[in-house]
Design a protein around this ligand. Sequence first.
Ligand code: AMP
Ligand code: MN
Ligand code: MN
Ligand code: MN
Length: 310
Amino acid sequence: MIDLHVHSAYSDGLLSPEALCALALHKRLRAIALCDHDTTDGLALMVAMVDTLNRTEERLVFLPAVELSTGDEGRIHMLGYGVNTSSKPLQLAMAEIRQDRITRGHRMMEALAALGISIPPELLPDEHTVGMPIGRPHVARALIQLGVVNTMEQAFDRYLAVGKPAYVPLKHLPTVEAIGLLLSAGAVPVLAHPMRIGLESQLLESLIHSLQNAGLRGMEVFHPSASHGDVHILQGIARRNGLLVTGGSDFHGDRGSRAQIGVLPAGWQTWQNDLAALLAAMQQQKYTGVKPVAHDANAACLDIAGDIGL
Ligand code: AMP
Ligand code: MN
Ligand code: MN
Ligand code: MN
C-alpha cells in the first residue's frame, strides 16, 4: 500500500534516499514520504529519483516531509507534509537543533566513557558531514557493533532512553512553535505515533484539541506502536475531530527491527481516500501559507501541556 513515514541516512536511518525509492518500488508501494528528523536535505535526491521512476508511468507518489521532536524531552513528534525546503525560519530552527545534536553527541560519549565504554569515532557519523548529525540510533548501532549490547532495544533500555546513564537531552522546540514553523513552511502538521506520548485516550484527545487550535491537521493512526485496539481508539479521535488520518512504518533500515518499510497495523481500508485528503491539504497549505495561531490557542495549549506534564 503506502508508507508515509520513513527515514534516510540524512538523519538516523541507514539507507540513502535512492535505496529507499528502490525498496518502495520493490515492495510495490504506491506512495512514500521521507520524514527525516530536523533536516530536509535528503528530499531533493528523493524527488529526482522518483521523477526518474515515474518518467514512463506513474509508479510512486512522493510526499516531501520532515519530523520535529517537541516539548520536554521531545516526547511529541510532529510530521510536516509538503514542506517547502526554502523556508528560512524552519531551516534556521533546524540548523540550531542539528548544532545541538553535535554538542549532545560529545556529551553522550563522555557519559559512556564514564561507564567505561569508548566508541571509536569511525563507528559514528562524521560531525563535519553536512546534514547528517548524530542521533541516539547511531550510538545504539555502535554499541551493538562493539558487542556491548545485542539489540537497539537493549541499547535504549540500558543506556540511551530517558533517565538511563547515557541519556543526554536534546534541544526541542515548544510544540506550538513547531506547528507554526511547519505551517509557515507550507507544510501540513500531523501528530506522529500518538501512542508513544503515553497518554490515556481522554488526555490525548484534550491535547489534540489544543494542538488543533494551534494548527494541527492530522494524526498518524497507523503506526507500529499502535495495537489493533489503539488503532480503533486513535481513528475514533481523528475522525471525530476532523483530522486527516495517516499511516507510516517509521522504517529506519535496521535489520530485525519491528519497523519494516510498508508494514503498518492491519485495517487501513480507507488509505486511498485518506491519502487523497492529505495531498489535497498539502496543495491547499502550499497556497494559503501561514495560518496565524490565535493567541489564546497558544496559551490554552501550553496550559494543557503543563497540566499533563509535557
Ligand atoms: P534522538 O532524536 O537522537 O533523541 O533519537 C531518537 C530516535 O531514536 C528516534 O527517532 C528513534 O529513531 C530512535 N528510538 C527511540 N527509542 C527507541 C527504542 N526504544 N528502540 C530503538 N530506537 C529508538
Ligand atoms: Mn529516528
Ligand atoms: Mn518519531
Ligand atoms: Mn520517525
